[in-house]
Design a protein around this ligand. Structure first.
Ligand SMILES: Cc1cc2nc3c(=O)[nH]c(=O)nc-3n(C[C@H](O)[C@H](O)[C@H](O)COP(=O)(O)OP(=O)(O)OC[C@H]3O[C@@H](n4cnc5c(N)ncnc54)[C@H](O)[C@@H]3O)c2cc1C
Length: 465
């Protein structure tokens, strides 16, 4: 089969590429390949089973039309300071203008018009003052919160729009390899069970998300696609009562704080704050169970969760950040019998594990009931653990009570950003006809930035008419 543009991965990066090509009036034939299912067939059985049953062959939370976006919390970060390093590739002003434009598309497809985290200047000033005292930087980031339910209906509308505009959506097929001859990409090889299929195209766009990160790393090595080792973030998800987080939740909705705690001075940051939210588990294909967080528009818990992540970079002789983080995750899972570990902050400082019965003694009740009480420090590398402890104690100055003994820490929270594929500002890789987008390219790490990168790709492909 031959087409003009083939897009691998129907996450936000892939779908906004197709969407923008259509909006720009492109007549190119677009094939969008997704190894998961259309949005209406995605279903996580956890609400019925009460616990994660590690769906095979893939997890529906992260796989299928709209990628990790559909079942995500749908928090669109409207500042180019948040969501990845894409602005370093194209410049901050260009990235911000793309984000502003992409936001209008989200609004057209039904996003809530309300934006969190704007106004309240005097309250923000007070929080910033405390952040300065704590040695942390407060990043301003307005948030448009879709909520998990609304994200699903919005992406359903986009799926229908693409279908109505003759984008060929191929579900249930996984891209196995790229067809590369010399320095040119000629298309892709797809697999579904025992069947294989080749699609040739003038432009191949790989947008396989975080889950496609190690697959893309192998392809980069096999085909000599220029890349550099990426960053991995290793950390925990912290959960405390809404009362503790009340002020930052109200004023900022999402507090983006960055610090470089002593003695290592590595970058440590807060990420993905969910007021009234729920801690969740997601499973990667290799059975790795990692923690995440959701918040729903209408269903609220008594807790707020937020992740604290430490960035890890490696140089010589070791350059496999993904493998490193996976080992940390595996070890943590091992201690929790394949599940997520949870421990009270006070127990970490006291050098003891947390027992199940002790969880019931606190004000804060875990919103991930199948997390196993235990000892995170037995699996977390010393450097990451010290970074996390010192950061939480600094956060306590900004949010009094954050470092309370009962505060819950869940692990492993891992963010794989993939190798960073080397690209020019027009998103061309070192292989002619091959473009890499979104989280799998190593340049983005969030819904809005991945979508905006897709928009830019769409414009560029529409231009080559
Ligand atoms: C639970 C959860 C909550 C999140 N909440 C937020 C949030 O509130 N705000 C935010 O900004 N970000 C959030 N994120 C992150 C956000 O979802 C991602 O940054 C974003 O979806 C990345 O978009 P993408 O298009 O690069 O990749 P993805 O959304 O991961 O999509 C990639 C797609 O490619 C498919 N694929 C992978 N490999 C292949 C292959 N070989 N062949 C064919 N198809 C393939 C996958 O099935 C997937 O559908 C969350 C993520 C998760 C998991």
């Amino acid at each position: 089969m031959k087409t003009d543009v083939i897009i691998i991965g129907a996450g936000p990066a892939g779908i906004f590429t197709a969407l923008e090509m259509i909006r720009r009036g492109s007549h190119k034939k677009i094939v969008l390949v997704e190894k998961g299912q259309p949005i209406e067939k995605r279903h996580c059985p956890k609400p019925q089973t009460g616990c994660c049953v590690s769906c095979r062959p893939y997890c529906h939370i992260t796989t299928g039309f709209s990628g990790a976006g559909a079942f995500s919390d749908g928090k669109l970060s409207l500042s180019c300071e948040v969501g990845g390093d894409f602005p370093n590739l194209i410049g901050s002003a260009a990235a911000q203008s793309l984000i502003d434009y992409t936001d209008t598309i989200y609004l057209e497809f039904g996003a809530d018009t309300h934006v969190e985290g704007i106004g309240n200047e005097r309250d923000v000033r007070d929080i910033r003052k405390r952040a300065i005292q704590a040695g942390l930087k407060l990043v301003d980031c307005p948030i448009r919160h879709l909520g998990t339910e609304r994200a699903q209906s919005l992406y359903t509308a986009i799926q229908h729009y693409l279908e109505a505009h003759d984008v060929e959506l191929v579900f249930g097929w996984a891209c196995e390899n790229l067809i590369i001859e010399g320095e040119t990409c000629l298309g892709v090889l797809l697999r579904r069970g025992g069947e294989t299929r080749e699609i040739r195209a003038a432009h191949t766009v790989v947008a396989t998300g975080r889950r496609g990160a190690d697959w893309l790393e192998c392809l980069c090595a096999e085909h000599n696609i220029a890349h550099q080792p990426g960053t991995v973030d290793i950390g925990v998800r912290v959960e405390c009562r809404n009362e503790v987080m009340e002020e930052v939740n109200r004023v900022l909705y999402e507090s983006k704080l960055i610090g470089y705690p002593k003695p290592f001075k590595n970058k440590v940051r807060t990420f993905c704050q969910n007021p009234g939210g729920f801690v969740s588990q997601e499973n990667y294909d290799n059975d790795l169970a990692v923690v995440n967080g959701h918040s729903y528009k209408d269903r609220k818990s008594e807790n707020t969760n937020v992740s604290i992540l430490c960035s890890h970079n490696f140089s010589v002789p070791f350059n496999q950040p993904i493998a490193y983080a996976q080992k940390v995750g595996e070890m943590t899972n091992m201690l929790a019998n394949g599940h997520i570990l949870v421990q009270r902050f006070g127990d970490i400082l006291d050098g003891k594990r947390t027992w199940e019965r002790e969880l019931a003694q606190s004000n804060v009740r875990p919103t991930l009931p199948d997390a196993v009480a235990g000892d995170i420090t037995a699996a977390m590398p010393y450097r990451a653990m010290i970074n996390i402890i010192n950061f939480i104690q600094a956060m306590d100055i900004v949010v009094p009570g954050f470092a309370a003994p009962e505060t819950l820490l869940y692990a492993p929270e891992l963010k794989f950003y993939s190798n960073r594929v080397k690209m020019d500002a027009a998103l061309n890789t070192s292989i002619s006809g091959l473009h890499c987008l979104g989280d799998s390219s190593g340049w983005t790490r969030g819904l809005m930035m991945a979508s905006a990168m897709g928009v830019m790709m769409g414009r560029s492909l529409a231009k080559t008419e």
